[in-house]
Design a protein around this ligand. Sequence first.
Ligand code: ADE
Length: 228
Amino acid sequence: MPLTIDVITLFPRMLDGFLAESILGRGIGAKRLDVRVHDLREWTTDKHRTADDRPFGGGAGMVLKPEPVFAAMEQLQTPGCRRVYLTPDGEPLSPAIAEELSREEHVIFLSGHYEGIDQRIRDCVIDREISIGDYVLTNGTLAAAVVIDALSRFIPGVLGEEKSLTHESFTGKLLDFPQYTRPAEFRGMSVPEVLLSGDHRKIEDWRHAQRVEKTRKVRPDLLKQHQT
Ligand code: ADE
């Protein structure tokens, strides 16, 4: 049975390219992932299709109203589904979270305004809040695409080659080693000798050393975790 994903957003067209061009669009993932995108305004009831309003207590910006979101959730949710709100103050996305979500049967993503959403939505119709990083996007729609892309890679058969997952960054908390392909010589730059040697032991050692070096330079915090 495919994983069913609903995305509720004020900007549904932001996902057009993602759905058309990613693994989903190529049909590879389509059998295992069923992604449906919904315009939150479809659950508004006034003629202006109002989905947000000014915050009680004052302050800048607009806040997503509870009524359309509750109505959307009540229509879309199924028993046992996970309702995820994308927000910069959520728990940081990790491979573990992506994998957990990939094992669900039904996930609903709610993309909010960057200014915020009515707290009653978070209290009543959201199970989990996820951030994709310590920066603020104008809304959570691209963040939903990022989470969907990340979780899709944990669904068996979605990645072309099973091998890919084990070799990549973060699985062992070390960054990846450099890759080369043909030609062996390009504009005066040669591929490291060891990769042409055919000596798999030596290649493994070289790659490991490269991963440690790259991690030390770019993400020393990961190296500390790796050693402990
Ligand atoms: N919405 C706005 N910024 C976000 C972020 N960094 N992560 C998830 N959702 C967001």
